[in-house]
Structure formats: C-alpha cells, structure tokens
Design a protein around this ligand. Structure first.
Ligand SMILES: Cc1cc2nc3c(=O)[nH]c(=O)nc-3n(C[C@H](O)[C@H](O)[C@H](O)COP(=O)(O)O)c2cc1C
Length: 410
C-alpha cells in the first residue's frame, strides 16, 4: 500500500528557505508584485509601485503591449534561439537592460549592490541612478558586467561634472541622461502618505514597521540610507528626511536643454543615451544632435501622466529615425513576450525598472535573480513559439498593433 501511494504521490522536497518557497509560488510579475506588497511597509511599496496623478500612463504602458499581435511561423528549427543585441557598443545577451531606480536600498539593505551583482552574473547592463543609495564605486566593485550611469543634471554643474568623471573612472560604459524630469511629477500616493526619503517615523509608519518585522529589522540594523553619490554633503545627501519632489525641484536643473548635451559629452567622453523621449520630433532631434541612443520612456508613468506608451510610439519613431540612432523601449515591460514584441517592432533593446524592484522587495537578491530568469525563459520561449531564431528573423515576423492599421512589415 505504501508502495502504491509512493508511486502516485510524489512529495515535493521541503525548501527550508522561506524566500525561495514563496518565489516558487509566483507565476509571473503580478504575483511577485503582490508578494512584494506583503513584505514591504505600505509607504515603501507605494513609492515603488505608484505613478503620477491618475496613474493612467502606468496602466497604459503595459496595456499597449497587449495590443501588439505577432503571427508565428512554424516548421523552423528553433532548437537554438538567441535574442542578443548591442547598445552603445555593449552586448545585451537577451535584448534587455535594467533601468535606473533611485533609493533601491529602501527595498532591502543590499539595494543597488544586489541588483548590480545579479545583472553582472547574467551579463545584463545595469544602470545606477544619480539618486542611488550605493555609491558609483561600491556598485563598480561588486560588478564585472556592463554598467551605465544615469545622470540628473544638478544646478551645481560642478557636482554633475564630478559624478560623470567618477563614473568614467570607475569603468561605467555610458551616460544615460534622463530628460523627462525637468520638474518632479506629482505622485498622489506619496503625497497622501507624506512619504519622505528616508521615511520619517510617524505613528502610521511605526505600526506598518511592526507588521513587517523582517523589513524593519533590516532597516534599523544597517547604516542610514542616503543618496550615496553625494554622501557626506549634508546639504544634499538626503541625511535629513525630505520629499523627493522638494529634493528634485530644489537640486536639479530645470533649465537643462539640448545645448547642454555637448557639455555632458565633453565632461564624460562616453556614449550618451537620452532617456525619456516621448515624441517623434524629439527622437529625430536626438538623432540629428548625434546622440548614440534614446530610450522611449515616460519614467514608468511617474512624470507626465497622459504621455504615449513607449511601445506605442516605437513604430513611428523607428520609421522616422531609421538606423540613425539606437532606439530602446522602457516602461510597462512585464513578460518575456513584451521584450520580444518590442524587438520585433524595431527596438534595439528594452529596459524595465519595477519588475526587479518587486523582486528585491519580495525576496532580496533571490527575487532579482527570479526576475532575470523569468525574462530569459520567457524571451527564449516566445521566440521559439514565433519561429524566430534571432533578432533579425524576429523583424521578419508580421506584427499588428491595434492602435495603428499597419505597423511593419506586412
Ligand atoms: C521606484 C522608482 C524609482 C525610479 N528612479 C529613477 C531614477 O532615479 N532615474 C531615472 O532616470 N528613472 C527612474 N525611474 C524610472 C525607471 O528608470 C524606468 O523608466 C521605469 O521604471 C520603467 O517603467 P517600469 O517600471 O514599468 O519598467 C524610477 C522608477 C521607479 C519605479
């Protein structure tokens, strides 16, 4: 009898690691998001998860991927598929890189170090934010993979100069200038909670902290979180609690314009990507200015609420700029198939932010690893199902986008 039961009931081996156990029950990024929501205090989760005003752009960024349809080809040998591409001379093994996100340490004390380590292990480029909570040099020390540095241009140009030069000296391969943040978007969830960085401890935060003991213990037993790029400069390092909106509006240069790009280039001598392009006209201008790459992006819906979804803008931008500039898509990417759809529509590559933050919040470094594995598997599976073996053959697949009668090719 025991033998019979054994033959029909295979018991799962119990995993003593509770984080791995929880991750094993996640089927997709939505599940991971819910897991992160349970693990993090509400204010922290909302800071990652939230977006500007009505959050229409946030929802629309992902929704537009559902409106892209690809026609699979069959009887193609797909025993080997490869979505490798290059951006600014760096190889992206599976067509994607990681977007910069400020204040990553608030999800867990290793913060940017955990994300950079996992990215390096997989050869995926990682972008460190100006508002990072681990320094340029700390991140470089744990990563032997490609690193890019995201720049917000400070009113204090000397500080910007210092940052790009430090990034170059530490081996970062490109500067990503974020151009959608002339002023800070209004994020209603953060406003409602009076959210500051670092978080101020009020009664509500206190209760939330008790309800999330693992996060709270980690937070109180590690060194205080500051903006590491400017650590030690008490006026700007974030050691006193401030809303991100006040910080950005008081420190970053709202007068930044096209004519400043030469300055960034001459200070760093590195290739430049403009992140936050939201129109065909600006994409064309970037190409004409000789910028190496652009990321179509609305900051994950966190800046202007109502801007087009990056994937929606892609076909028209690719048509307009041709091969004159590398075009990336950033925002709303939640599945391997989203990456593949963007590549098929002509994107050079794709980036995402929240997915790895959810991973970090749900299970630290293991969670980030889960996300990269999830995307890698999803990209390989989707390409095989489409009968495409590489990015060139993906571009031969017939694509239809619901928002335009015909995209390309037909
Ligand atoms: C919590 C959070 C912090 C972010 N911080 C930055 C930042 O410091 N600099 C920047 O250029 N973009 C920042 N972004 C935007 C991301 O780089 C990226 O554009 C966005 O996350 C893409 O959308 P997705 O989250 O749907 O993938 C941030 C996004 C989030 C969610």
């Amino acid at each position: 009898m025991i033998k019979t039961i054994r033959s029909v009931v295979a018991l799962r081996t119990f995993d003593w690691n509770s984080r791995r156990r929880r991750l094993a029950r996640c089927g997709n990024i939505d599940d991971l998001r819910l897991l992160a929501k349970r693990q993090l205090p509400a204010g922290v989760f909302d800071y990652f998860d939230g977006a500007a005003e009505t959050e229409w752009s946030l929802a629309n960024n992902s929704a537009k991927f559902d409106q892209v349809h690809l026609q699979p080809r069959v009887l193609v040998d797909v025993s080997n598929v490869n979505a490798a591409t290059t951006v600014m001379g760096q190889t992206l093994p599976n067509g994607f890189a990681l977007s910069p996100t400020g204040f990553t340490r608030i999800a867990g004390s290793p913060g940017e170090l955990a994300v950079a380590k996992v990215a390096a292990k997989h050869g995926v480029p990682y972008t460190l934010s100006t508002l990072g909570t681990r320094s340029i040099e700390e991140v470089a020390a744990v990563s032997d993979g490609p690193l890019w540095y995201q720049l917000y241009v400070w009113k204090d140009r000397g500080l910007s100069r210092e940052l790009v030069q430090r990034a170059k000296a530490a081996g970062y391969k490109a500067i990503m200038v974020t151009v959608d943040t002339a002023v800070f978007g209004r994020r209603d969830r953060d406003v409602r909670r009076g959210f500051t960085l670092p978080p101020k401890i009020g009664l509500e935060t206190f209760v939330d902290g008790i309800r999330h003991p693992r996060w709270t213990l980690d937070f109180v037993t590690h060194e205080p979180i500051t903006f590491s790029a400017v650590a030690g400069r008490g006026d700007v390092d974030g050691s006193t609690a401030i809303t991100l909106s006040d910080y950005v509006n008081s420190q970053f240069d709202a007068s930044l314009s096209w004519r400043d790009l030469d300055w960034v280039r001459s200070e760093s001598g590195l290739p430049i990507m403009l992140k936050g392009i939201q129109s065909v006209a600006d994409a064309t201008r970037a190409r004409d200015e000789g910028v190496e790459a652009i990321a179509l992006s609305n900051h994950g819906g966190r800046q202007f609420d109502g801007s087009p979804a990056p994937i929606e803008l892609l076909p028209a931008v690719v048509d307009a700029v041709g091969d004159g500039i590398e075009v990336l898509v950033d925002g709303g990417v939640r599945r391997g198939s989203d990456v593949v759809k963007a590549l098929a529509l002509g994107a050079r590559a794709v980036m995402f932010g929240r997915p790895y933050l959810y991973g970090m919040g749900a299970a630290g470094e293991l969670g980030v690893e889960w996300v990269i594995d999830y995307f890698n598997a999803g990209i390989a599976r989707t390409m095989a199902l489409l009968g495409a073996t590489d990015v060139a053959s993906l571009r031969e697949i017939t694509c239809e986008c619901e928002w335009t009668a015909s995209a390309r090719p037909s």
